[in-house]
Design a protein around this ligand. Structure first.
Ligand code: ADP
Ligand code: MG
Length: 228
């Protein structure tokens, strides 16, 4: 269900690197809205600012000016603790590389953010197991990342990203390291999870087939976020 109030909103956001004549205006008075239940593809050439946009949207970087609203809360002037709490509870991240903790099992990797958020071990384990089953890798629960295929690693990373039932999923080329068939398989799992949970997702991808399956597509042009 797509509701009126955006769960993520960027308003008049600037993000610049460098100074003077060498300044890169990556985001330049950029506006963007993402609603619950919506899957949006971010399609733009390398170096355009996709990762920058996701980092700003995910409160990992501050914009130089403008505001980022998560579920209606203006996050710019919040202290680091508040921002971290919002990031932890409301935002899930998936990267191109899985970034799973190598010494922990798939199950433990998915439990970790829940334990950090204060959930008890039993509940965290039950939810982690449920997510693994949902992503059809329940039989890999006790395997460490090195014992998993690339597609399985990414599915664990997706499960970890949604473990705390965030409002927003931000994914930075989540299938970029996978062969086309595995990419589709992993995207199927991601899509099913997003559709089932009513999560809002912004997913950077170079894969136009996958982009075509999302609700809409945006790109970055002259620092603005515009329809692709
Ligand atoms: P994309 O993810 O689309 O490939 P990025 O957001 O990573 O693009 O980068 C956008 C541009 O900003 C690139 O030209 C990159 O070199 C530059 N850039 C990214 N991060 C920094 C930084 N910390 N300092 C200076 N320039 C940066
Ligand atoms: Mg990038």
């Amino acid at each position: 269900m797509i509701t009126d109030a955006p769960v993520l909103r960027l308003s008049n956001v600037d993000r610049h690197y460098g100074q003077g004549e060498t300044q890169l205006r990556i985001l330049d008075k950029a506006d963007f809205e993402l609603h619950a239940g919506e899957m949006v593809a971010l399609v733009a050439p390398s170096g355009t600012g996709k990762s920058t946009l996701l980092h700003v949207a995910g409160l990992l970087e501050h914009p130089d000016s403008g505001e980022v609203y998560v579920n209606g809360v203006a996050c710019g002037h919040l202290g680091d603790d508040r921002r971290t709490a919002i990031r932890r509870n409301e935002i899930g991240f998936v990267y191109q590389f899985h970034h799973l903790l190598p010494e922990f099992t798939a199950l433990e990797n998915i439990m970790m953010p829940q334990l950090i958020a204060g959930l008890g071990g039993k509940d965290a384990e039950a939810r982690a197991a449920m997510l693994l089953d949902y992503l059809r890798i329940g039989h890999r629960a006790t395997h460490r990342p090195a014992e998993l295929s690339g597609g399985e690693q990414q599915r664990v990373a997706i499960a970890r990203a949604v473990a705390n039932a965030p409002l927003v999923l931000l994914a930075d080329e989540p299938t970029g390291n996978l062969d086309p068939q595995t990419a589709h398989y992993v995207f199927d799992a991601l899509e099913a999870l997003v559709r089932q949970s009513g999560l809002a997702a912004l997913i950077a991808t170079h894969n136009l087939d996958l982009a075509a399956r999302m609700d809409r597509r945006v790109t970055i042009a002259e620092g603005k976020i515009v329809p692709f």
